[in-house]
Design a protein around this ligand. Structure first.
Ligand code: G16
Length: 543
């Protein structure tokens, strides 16, 4: 089967963001839009002819169409073996697992993560490298550069390949290997946790609800929680993946997982609640009447890691993204290990994990992960919690209280202002950037500013430099405000404002986070002139 070379012309603005190229479905449905970006990836990644690649997505609307396009382009570009999840499905962490296990050159993952799906929703594509992690910035910049000059792409004229039946078939000289999307991942998680302890926990009557939000983790959760760990049938809810996620926003947070939050706060609440997002890499953790902030979750897992077989030997180091609260820093200090602060974006953890400098990391944006794959991993985080709860035999509330009594409590919150005009967002950030040098030593609503700067990062392993990664204002009392523009939105700009307030051991630990942070939030809005620049008087999402 001979490749067909089709002429094309570049599209504007195919620059990958925090997590790949993410745009509306309508954008991706334009003729040649996907083809241009896929060919740009293929042209920039060394060694495609003869290689093994992995392909899968979160099953959202347009997944099946896009997968067929990519299968044909892979065949035309000389890929030797394409490993595809049945039905075109692979959760993002499962794709990372399969890339590593098969020693593939890399993989193409189709997802817009936690963004809504359906014909009016979003779609996305990213390339993960041989380590299983998102392509580094140098490579995503190369894709972008190539996408601006591309003049042709390669495909084959062939009928669609059957991707629903597990097994091998051929497209020209390429082998298409359709795999069970769950099997390799479930085998990996079996090897990491104390399965017997978790089974015993469920056998003791421990009750949990896992909300798959009609997204990709449903089949993974049913297999792992219910079939392998013995949780009762029905523990995983909304477990059937739907192309439009049932019309919901598959983002596991207090704003979008309201039914789950209500269940954990209602009468007859289960012991434990959790949710994951569109592509399975995010997680939310709840106990009866308690929400565990992702920053606290990372800190608690770090403090209790040695109860989990994969970490019996201890942690080598930990990392968090800059806007993530400093709760984990305090645990790292107590353990005598290094805590790295990286820019937002999972790709920045990759070099640290590959180099063995860290084996646990996380972000405030409901992402937690470790060195078993090179993506954040929603179900893995849930299994970590189950393993710790099984070993400690404490409730989530008791575990949190113990943690705060040991390390102090870091209240944490984030306000998102969505779809604001890009120029207004840029003006707000520019103006604040210019004011930063004047802030140190001044007082804002009674709090003295210790430092105010713009975060930049030099990767300690490969020396690469990332500038302009967020503005931060730290106060002498240990509180902090951070401002940055999101890299994952698809309409206008999204301004994120992050707050944290530290209450030491013996301090006031019993407040609701929004109450504890109200004063800081008012200071943050005022300092940046959010209303003046954007016209907004309150955030669209407060978590
Ligand atoms: C992606 C990245 C994360 C990042 C998050 C939010 O997550 O992988 O590392 O924290 O975006 O980014 P932003 O604040 O720029 O919107 P996901 O789950 O969307 O792939």
């Amino acid at each position: 089967m001979d490749p067909v070379i089709r002429p094309t012309t570049p599209f504007d603005g195919q620059r990958p963001g925090t997590s790949g190229l993410r745009k509306s479905v309508q954008t991706f449905e334009q003729p040649r839009y996907l083809e241009n970006f896929v060919q740009s990836i293929i042209d920039c990644v060394q060694g495609i002819p003869g290689a093994t690649l992995v392909l899968g997505g979160d099953g959202r609307y347009h997944n099946r169409t896009a997968i067929q396009t990519i299968v044909k382009m892979a065949a035309a570009n000389g890929v030797a073996r394409l490993v595809v999840g049945a039905g075109g499905i692979l959760s993002t962490p499962a794709a990372s697992c399969v890339i590593r296990k098969r020693k593939a050159l890399g993989g193409i993952i189709l997802s817009a993560s936690h963004n809504p799906g359906g014909p009016d929703g979003d779609f996305g594509i990213k390339f993960n490298a041989a380590n299983g992690g998102p392509a580094p910035e140098a490579l995503t910049e190369a894709f972008f550069k190539r996408s601006k000059e591309i003049a042709e792409y390669r495909t084959v004229d062939a009928p669609d390949v059957d991707l629903d039946q597990i097994g091998e078939r051929r497209l020209g000289s390429m082998v298409v290997e359709v795999i069970d999307p769950v099997a390799d991942y479930a085998e990996l998680t079996d090897s990491l946790f104390d399965i017997d302890a978790i089974r015993a926990l469920f056998a003791s009557g421990f009750r949990m609800v896992f909300d798959a939000m009609h997204a990709v983790t449903g089949p993974y959760a049913v297999e792992i929680l219910e079939h392998r760990l013995g949780a009762p049938a029905g523990t995983a809810i909304n477990a059937v993946p739907l192309e439009d996620f049932g019309g919901h926003h598959p983002d596991p947070n207090l704003a979008h997982a309201v039914d789950l939050v209500a269940a954990l706060n209602g009468p007859d609440a289960p012991d434990f609640g959790a949710a994951s997002d569109g592509d399975g890499d995010r997680n939310m953790i709840l106990g009866r009447g308690v929400f565990v902030s992702p920053s606290d979750s990372l800190a608690v897992l770090a403090a209790n890691a040695t109860h989990v077989p994969a970490f019996r030997g201890g942690l080598t180091g930990v990392a968090r993204s800059m806007p993530t609260s400093r709760a984990v820093d305090r645990v790292a200090e107590a353990l005598g290990i290094r805590c790295y602060e990286t820019p937002t974006g999972w790709k920045f953890f990759g070099t640290l994990l590959d180099d063995g400098r860290i084996n646990l990391c996380g972000e405030e944006s409901f992402g937690t992960g470790a060195d078993h794959v090179r993506e954040k991993d929603g179900l893995w985080a849930v299994l970590m919690w189950l393993n710790v709860l099984a070993a400690r035999r404490l409730s989530v509330a008791e575990l949190m209280a113990e943690h705060w009594n040991t390390y102090g409590r870091t209240y944490y919150g984030r306000h998102d202002y969505e779809a604001i005009e890009q120029a207004a967002a840029d003006r707000l950030i520019d103006e604040l950037r210019n004011r930063l040098p004047l802030l140190a030593g001044t007082s804002l609503a009674g709090r003295r500013v210790a430092t105010a700067d713009e975060f930049a990062y030099t990767d300690p392993v490969d020396g690469s430099r990332s500038e302009r990664q967020g503005l931060r204002v730290s106060f002498e009392d240990g509180s902090r405000i951070v401002y940055r523009l999101s890299g994952t939105g698809t309409a206008g700009a999204t301004l994120r404002v992050y707050f944290e307030r530290y209450e030491p051991v013996g301090g006031e630990h019993g407040l609701d986070a929004p109450v504890a942070l109200a004063e800081l939030a008012a200071v943050a809005a005022d300092l940046a002139g959010i209303q003046r620049h954007t016209g907004r008087t309150k955030p669209d999402v407060a978590t």
